[in-house]
Design a protein around this ligand. Sequence first.
Ligand code: ZN
Ligand code: ZN
Length: 363
Amino acid sequence: MSLIAQRREKIRRRLAKEGVDALLVTDFTNVSYLSGFTGDDSYLLVTKKRDYVISDERYTTQLEEECPELELTIRGPGTKMLPFVSSLLSKQKVTLLGVEAGSMTIDFYADLAGAVKGCQLEPVRGWVEQLRMIKDREEIARTRVACDQARRAFEVVRAALTRDMTELQVAADLEYQARRFGAIGMSFPPIVAVGARAALPHASPTTQQLGAADFTLIDWGVNEGLYVSDLTRILVTGKISPKLRKVYGVVLDAQLAAIEAIRPGVRCEAVDSVARKIIGKAGYGKRFGHGLGHGTGLNIHEAPRLSQGQSTVLKPGMIVTVEPGIYLPGWGGVRIEDDILVTRTGHEVLTSVPKQLEECLVG
Ligand code: ZN
Ligand code: ZN
């Protein structure tokens, strides 16, 4: 059985356990996860016996190639999704249907409930997302590719960096190089923030030139086709001021200590605390205003979250970012981010871009 078929088997076991006849998967990312389909606008119906992709004629050929083991139900141009889904449910004699509460609109839920006679809807939460937290070997291999493409793109852009380049040009070059190395795009629009602009954790690139300050924060990641990477580095284009050295040192210490704390059995919030304590002790506690990290996978932000209040326990196969930051309005910000795989014995850092401060000097 393929790894993707095994994922559907796990859903089938859940159906049996919860006494639900079928699950209608309407979150497109969850559909990709359970089917291998890389397209859009399609649902998946997992029943106790078979699985059906519900799509339209734009995707017929792609579905035949990407999901050969799945039954295709393709609606024609004149058929709307709702009557098509309800007729499939009637044919399969589904009387209790699990629906994804996190993705279905209230409209569709109400219409579907009214359209299928004798079928009750049961909102379910997190069934697929919980499976997605633990990556199988194929997902880990693809994430490695995404990390590698991100590194290679960064190296090429970095080697050609000049002080008269703008934030927008650096962002564009990163995307161009990532695509040249085989990525289908970025995981998210890159953040390139010169000097004081780096105090905004989610700054959008502007026409500001790199030479306008001593350092630039770059947060980028690529999508290799399905799986993503997510990194942040500081590049020093001017001189290393004592303040930069100090702030950078605190963030790096916090990041390395938090990574060291990652192993199976540790609670997510405990890893956050390791970094938060170090930053707090250095007097910057109030300047670290976000969680330590997040899971990555088919989406750039997914479970688990490394932050306060998160009692999820780390398990082998989880992939999380570790990205502490210190943001000082008017001066700038430092964040360092890597992607970490939880292994049976501890962890493995999947990203390998140098991060000692001296290694961040450009030119
Ligand atoms: Zn990032
Ligand atoms: Zn991130």
